[in-house]
Design a protein around this ligand. Sequence first.
Ligand code: GRF
Length: 185
Amino acid sequence: MRIVVFFSGTGTNLKSILEHQKKYNYEVCSCFTNNPIAGGIGFCNEYKIDCKIIDHKNFNDREKYDGLINSYLENLNPDLIVLAGYMRIMSKSLVDNWEGQIINIHPSLLPKYPGLHTHQRALEAKDKVHGSTIHFVTSELDSGPIIRQESFEIEPSDNEESLINKVKNLEHKIYPETISFLIKQ
Ligand code: GRF
């Protein structure tokens, strides 16, 4: 089973997905980033995975940019497209072309807190629990059908940084597991 991973930043989820390839019997055949200085590029080099870099700042037109992504994906024809901290909204036509094959991980218990600053928003709301959600990507931001959700209790001593770390530790376990689950379906 061949998967493609999209990322924009540090890429710790990408790293965990790469580390679990053998265990879960999937292959990351390529990666994509919109950010030429994303930390995740280093993990692609380490694992000798081809990384396609297209800087979105060179494009005014989202349809044109996503058209290039679509051609990239058509060439590869992956079984699953995994968004791991990919910080760009995908156009409807791109999502529709690959609907049911694109998944995302979001650092909140959706439908709570779509968008950014999820940890801070959970703290400000004095939530008792926080966590992460894996869902199918549709053309509406952070709102496709939920595949898996895991939570933990927020401790009185928690702050934004500690929640980021707790959520990421959880994600590094559940994302590779969920990829493995989906490709067996
Ligand atoms: C993760 O917390 C994920 O839920 C969100 O972006 C973050 C990416 O972190 N979509 P990393 O780049 O994988 O470290």
